[in-house]
Design a protein around this ligand. Structure first.
Ligand code: GRF
Length: 209
């Protein structure tokens, strides 16, 4: 009998190294109970799309400028996810704010990765190098990354798992970002595993994984 797998949809805006970490974990068996069935990017040149193609995963570039409103844009994303029976959405470096229709549709079924130790250094404008600049400016001794549930505020939902890294003397935003990113790649698959086995994840979607 075929085992029912968790069907992951990934939204990305850029390089997609976190997407790759998820694909590798599926492939390598750490996430054997899951499969990535769709990757959507809001940027045509997002390398994440190439990674999806290389892995044989359906990929779509959806241009937000082609939609009358952001709600319409996310409605289209919902439709594409529904068409592939996605039951877990992972935001892997996706830079658009998620509209309420999408938040509602994937309540308790959407995870984001953020390159800091939330609740510190999250919120509007806290993305990419801005995060690491702020961490350095605040004189923090450690930073890290967080995977959290997505709600209607930026970087706000319940934290599932975190990993820490030291902030080292002489760090600049690039060196710190690289140290954090390495941990992100381990964290996202770990957090997916922890999350789908947690009581938050809807029971009917669980399987033998
Ligand atoms: C990561 O640092 C992620 O936390 C942030 O954007 C970066 C995306 O990297 N939100 P990638 O596209 O997964 O390589």
């Amino acid at each position: 009998m075929e085992e029912k797998k968790i069907r992951i949809g990934v939204l990305a805006s850029g390089g997609g190294s976190n997407l790759q970490a998820i694909l590798d974990a599926v492939q390598g068996g750490a996430l054997a109970f899951a499969e990535v069935v769709l990757v959507i990017a809001n940027k045509e040149d997002a390398f994440a799309l190439k990674r999806a193609q290389a892995a044989g995963v359906d990929s779509l570039f959806l241009d937000p400028r082609k939609f009358p409103s952001r709600a319409d844009y996310f409605e289209k994303i919902i439709q594409e996810c529904d068409a592939r029976r996605v039951n877990l959405v992972c935001l892997a470096g996706f830079l658009l704010k998620i509209e309420p229709n999408m938040v509602k549709r994937f309540k308790n079924r959407m995870l984001n990765i953020h390159p800091a130790l939330l609740p510190k250094f999250g919120g509007k404008g806290m993305y990419g190098h801005f995060v690491h600049e702020a961490v350095l400016k605040a004189g923090e001794k450690e930073s890290g990354c967080s995977v959290h549930l997505v709600d209607d505020q930026f970087d706000h939902g319940a934290v599932i798992l975190q990993r820490k890294v030291p902030v080292l003397p002489g760090d600049d935003p690039q060196t710190l970002a690289a140290r954090v990113l390495e941990q992100e790649h381990a964290l996202f698959p770990e957090a997916i595993r922890a999350f789908v086995h947690s009581p938050i994840y809807p029971d009917q979607l669980k399987n033998n994984g």
